[in-house]
Design a binder for this molecule. Sequence first.
Ligand SMILES: Nc1c(NC[C@H](O)[C@H](O)[C@H](O)CO)[nH]c(=O)[nH]c1=O
Ligand SMILES: CC(=O)[C@@H](O)COP(=O)(O)O
Length: 139
Amino acid sequence: MANILIVEARFYEHLNDLLLAGARAAIDAAGHIHETVTVPGALEIPGAVALASESGRYDAYVAIGVVIRGETYHFEIVAGESARGLMALTMDGLAIGNGILTVENEAQALTRARPDEKDKGGEAAKAALAMLALRDRFG
Ligand SMILES: Nc1c(NC[C@H](O)[C@H](O)[C@H](O)CO)[nH]c(=O)[nH]c1=O
Ligand SMILES: CC(=O)[C@@H](O)COP(=O)(O)O
């Protein structure tokens, strides 16, 4: 049984609740356990994963968040840098699924967050478990 850490950036409460439901359902269905920690925004997710990985308590990580474009360039920074940070951690050997939505508006986010629609939270959890299985295979 693996211990999965879900790191959520709780910028949009109602959207995160949907993503979390999908991620938790996927982990439960696979027979694993999970914990959840909350950070202010997507930019803090990679750092939280890095800090958690130093504990040695978790087998894989699921990043959950929603980045919706506003008026400024900040969207590119938040979306791009959170993804880049997670990719760097993946290349360091951590099993991570990226469920950070980067969208133009709330309607796009809702469709992707709902477990009974695109279920990006569940998809990210399954990706993390797939990477964990790969690491175990190559370990
Ligand atoms: N605009 C969004 C943010 N912005 C906040 C940053 O992620 C970060 O917390 C801040 O810059 C302090 O370091 N975060 C999201 O998750 N979603 C957004 O739409
Ligand atoms: C993704 C963001 O950082 C964005 O929500 C911030 O909005 P704005 O660009 O209008 O400041």
